[in-house]
Ligand binder design. Structure first.
Ligand SMILES: Nc1ncnc2c1ncn2[C@@H]1O[C@H](COP(=O)(O)OP(=O)(O)O)[C@@H](O)[C@H]1O
Ligand SMILES: [Mg+2]
Length: 227
């Protein structure tokens, strides 16, 4: 398996970036990977969410950093998860450039969707990424007319959607109480996060095999299996 570098970014705050970064890093740890968590947001929520790990057996397999360097590509960890601030500054651009995959969480609102075109165009033009390397994750899409409009914008733009997360009451509670997410969530609510994890693993395999269009990985219905 190749080393996996995933950034989570949207220029909008409060869309679930840190939550997704935390859950992915925790699933990677539980699945016996070594994990480097890079917290580029000055709020340091990503770092804080892992404070409890120091006193557990996971502590030896996990490291946090507040800056990203090119030399991190040679780090001993298998998974690098980068939580970005809600601004497209130089550190964020470097993260998008460095990462194989940048997850863009979106809520069904115009403010979280409007930066998507600019972010993907910038990554395609300046960092030679394909659009399929910046998949969206839909968070809290319901049956409201706003969500219908949001889905239309996503379809019309041809943006790949890697996964869809419902709003779970247990999530804000679990993150603030510092639980291992995939243990704190029920099997059903955990499923889409584990599916995202497996799809990312598969996407990185495809990229390392030389495929540059990984739309099909995001569109697939992942079954529990080889990852
Ligand atoms: N799937 C979810 N269900 C319920 N609440 C969520 C979910 N994802 C995120 N949240 C909550 O939404 C708020 C913002 O999430 P956060 O991950 O901090 O966003 P960001 O990093 O984009 O600012 C937090 O209170 C978080 O607990
Ligand atoms: Mg955040």
């Amino acid at each position: 398996m190749s080393k996996i570098a995933v950034a989570v970014f949207n220029r909008k705050g409060g869309v679930g970036k840190t939550t997704i970064a935390v859950i992915l890093a925790q699933i990677a740890l539980i699945r016996h990977n070594r994990v480097l968590a890079i917290d580029l947001d000055p709020s340091e929520n990503f770092t804080s969410a892992f404070g409890f790990l120091k006193n557990t057996s996971f502590g030896n397999y996990f490291r946090t950093k507040k800056t990203l360097e090119d030399s991190d590509a040679d780090c001993p960890e298998d998974w690098i998860v980068i939580d970005c601030p809600p601004s497209l500054d130089d550190t964020t651009k470097h993260a998008i450039d460095f990462a194989d995959i940048t997850i863009i969480p979106v809520r069904p609102d115009y403010f979280s969707l409007s930066p998507v075109a600019m972010i993907t165009a910038m990554a395609e033009k300046h960092y030679n990424k394909s659009r399929s390397q910046l998949p969206l994750v839909k968070v809290g899409f319901d049956t409201s007319s706003m969500a219908k409009v949001a889905n239309q914008i996503i379809n019309d733009g041809g943006y790949p959607v890697a996964e869809e997360f419902a709003l779970h009451k247990s999530i804000p509670y679990n993150i603030s109480s510092g639980r291992i997410w995939s243990m704190g969530l029920t099997a059903r609510s955990r499923q889409p996060y584990e599916s995202l994890y497996r799809k990312i693993t598969k996407a990185i395999d495809r990229l390392s095999e030389g495929e540059d269009d990984i739309h099909a990985v995001w569109a697939s219905d992942e079954e529990e299996g080889e990852y």
